[in-house]
Ligand binder design. Structure first.
Ligand SMILES: NC(=O)c1ccc[n+]([C@@H]2O[C@H](COP(=O)([O-])OP(=O)(O)OC[C@H]3O[C@@H](n4cnc5c(N)ncnc54)[C@H](OP(=O)(O)O)[C@@H]3O)[C@@H](O)[C@H]2O)c1
Length: 223
């Protein structure tokens, strides 16, 4: 199985790539607007795997469009770059694909120590992105509430819940399988994509709590 991460060179993308490869079940393709940049990021993952003696999975780099050859595609881009990215790749490339959005649009007020969900008219980024994709594409949420900080600290466990919302049972199960290979992440079925706005809105709350209470790596675990 292969996972393609569009925007995989970013704050969260590189950590995601490392953790997914270390999980031992999925190869990863890091995508970028600049394939050379993605190749450098992928080499970093390969080196990290070698250092830890992980065999059986690998990471490569390429253009964002190359991620469409993967079994699962993660959109790890700022929300306002999604439309142009999908347009430049071509909507058809996403036909029948299972796609994961970890995107949380936010309004940031760091001086006043609070962040808000920048809710699009469609109610969530995921629902807005669904409109940009072909009808056959199966979009889910995933990894939205796990902060970037700990993804790269490979000796630390990620002990959080990951809510997977989506309208297609099979693709939700595929995403839950992926989540469960990463550290101690607990995948949970969050219902249809209609609930994705709730999931996205947890992240600004998490950041606000961290800022106002001197907490680090705040996350959610539902039990
Ligand atoms: N950071 C977190 O803690 C966190 C946690 C959970 C969810 N998220 C969500 O994850 C997503 C990615 O977050 P991030 O912090 O990793 O973002 P980021 O580092 O700012 O950006 C990710 C990648 O987006 C690409 N990019 C930048 N400008 C672009 C443009 N104009 N057109 C196309 N691609 C562009 C860049 O890749 P190239 O230059 O290589 O093309 C960059 O490496 C966001 O939507 C965020 O809401 C973030």
């Amino acid at each position: 199985m292969k996972v393609g991460i569009m925007g995989g060179t970013g704050n969260i993308g590189e950590g995601l790539a490392r953790r997914i490869c270390i999980g031992g079940k999925y190869d990863v393709m890091i995508g970028s607007r600049d394939p050379a940049k993605a190749e450098i990021a992928a080499q970093g993952v390969v080196d990290a795997l070698a250092e830890r003696g992980v065999k059986g999975t690998t990471c490569t780099g390429g253009a964002n469009a190359d991620c469409c050859d993967s079994d699962l595609i993660i959109l790890s881009l700022p929300f306002d770059k999604i439309e142009s990215t999908i347009e430049s790749i071509g909507k058809d490339k996403f036909e029948n694909k299972t796609i994961i959005s970890l995107i949380n649009p936010m309004l940031r007020y760091p001086k006043d120590k609070y962040f808000l969900h920048d809710r699009p008219p469609e109610e969530s980024a995921a629902l807005a992105i669904q409109k940009l994709l072909p009808e056959s594409a199966k979009l889910t949420t995933g990894f939205n509430n796990v902060a970037a900080g700990k993804w790269m600290l490979l000796d630390e466990e990620l002990d959080y819940s990951v809510v997977v919302c989506g309208d297609d049972k099979e693709s939700k199960n595929a995403v839950k399988d992926l989540v469960s290979t990463v550290s101690k992440l607990q995948p949970l079925d969050g219902g249809p994509l209609k609930t994705s706005g709730i999931v996205e809105s947890i992240t600004p709350l998490v950041i606000t709590l961290a800022m106002n209470n001197g907490l680090k790596d705040v996350g959610v675990y539902f039990r």
